[in-house]
Design a protein around this ligand. Structure first.
Ligand SMILES: *Cc1c(COP(=O)(O)O)cnc(C)c1O
Length: 339
């Protein structure tokens, strides 16, 4: 693509050549279809619009030094979307249909996969929603699954950097027995006001505590949290956290690096003890945390005094990015190379 400035791409939407779709009707999934249109013809009574029967995924494809395209942990995203289907009573997209659709969408839009040197990647967005008309509150009998892709720039434009977060107890992202563990649009709608407040105050996002007791750490905006201390990688365990595939990968890499790994309830006071802390997810891999300000209690937990990420965050970040771009061996079988 001669007219895309790969290194200066934002995390925005750029039209590509096509998207891949599959429809569920009469209790069965149909064939994969390739569409050039970015629009769809949707019934106004579709359950996704009224009752939020919807889930999505986010993953990336990377072009390596060798020119090959690699997709990271696609099967894990397929399985997580199946979990979201259980949580919202939607038809499950079979893992092979999910994977085939992702590969097809990437291959057909190959010219939009950014070059290795740019640090950019191809963002892949699978989305599933109830498309059948329904006015009573019950699950749809028809579903639409779409995979589209769009090139996105490197998350850290000025290099790997820390940002501040803020605890504000007046907002919750999800309830302990609610939808937090599923990747559904409603959780994002529920986080917009809090996110905007945080941005206005100069923070990168809200740091959520558990909704019931406000005692334990849940998530950092739409990213999982981890802290590092005493050669240990510690990440919260909670029923309202979305199981991040990046976090799952970092836990494995932390073990490979000789760290202990603990997944358990993390009380907010424990923030005083971490040597490093980070938010993790597909968008940034790791977004190291500079400090967390407690807005209500006028306290501040500082992890970086010079704005620079700590040594373990940096090591983990480089290792995971290395595997994604094919610079490091894929010892855990996470990468699908597109032939
Ligand atoms: C998607 C998401 C994450 C990150 O998950 P990854 O699989 O690592 O991209 C974390 N928290 C929430 C709430 C999310 O929706």
């Amino acid at each position: 693509m001669e007219n895309i400035d790969w290194s200066n791409l934002a995390f925005g939407y750029i039209k590509t050549d096509c998207n891949v779709r599959c429809e569920y009707r009469n209790d069965a999934w149909g064939e994969l279809e390739v569409h050039e249109s970015e629009f769809l013809n949707l019934h106004m009574a579709a359950t996704c619009l009224h009752y939020g029967q919807e889930s999505f995924e986010g993953l990336k494809a990377f072009r390596g030094k060798d020119g090959k395209i690699r997709i990271f942990r696609m099967k894990d995203n397929a399985l997580r979307m199946q979990d979201s289907s259980e949580g919202t009573m939607m038809a499950k997209v079979p893992v092979d249909v999910f994977q085939e659709a992702v590969i097809k969408a990437v291959k057909l839009n190959e010219r939009f996969v950014p070059p290795y040197e740019s640090g950019a990647s191809l963002y892949i967005r699978p989305v599933l929603f109830g498309s059948g008309a329904q006015i009573g509150v019950k699950p749809s009998t028809e579903y639409m699954f779409i995979v589209f892709v769009t090139p996105v720039g490197p998350y850290f434009k000025g290099g790997f950097q820390t940002t501040p977060f803020v605890i504000m107890r007046e907002y919750d992202r999800s309830a302990p027995l609610g939808m937090g563990k599923y990747k559904v649009g409603g959780n994002y709608a529920a986080s917009l006001v809090a996110g905007q407040r945080a941005h206005e105050l100069g923070y990168s996002n809200i740091f959520y505590l558990d909704a019931k007791e406000k005692k334990y750490i849940d998530e950092c905006g739409a990213a999982n949290f981890f802290g590092i201390k005493d050669n240990t990688y510690i990440t919260p365990k909670s029923t309202s956290i979305l199981p991040s595939i990046t976090n799952k990968s970092l836990m494995v890499l932390a073990k490979d690096l000789g760290l202990n790994v603990e997944q358990r309830a993390v009380p907010v006071e424990e923030l005083t003890t971490f040597e490093e802390a980070g938010a993790c997810g597909t968008a940034a891999v790791i977004s190291p945390i500079e400090r967390i300000d407690d807005y209500d209690e006028k306290k501040s937990y500082v992890f970086s005094t010079d704005g620079k990420p700590g040594p373990i965050c940096t090591k983990l970040y480089n290792k995971l990015r290395g595997i994604q771009y094919g610079d490091e061996p894929d010892t855990h079988g996470w990468v699908t190379v597109i032939e």
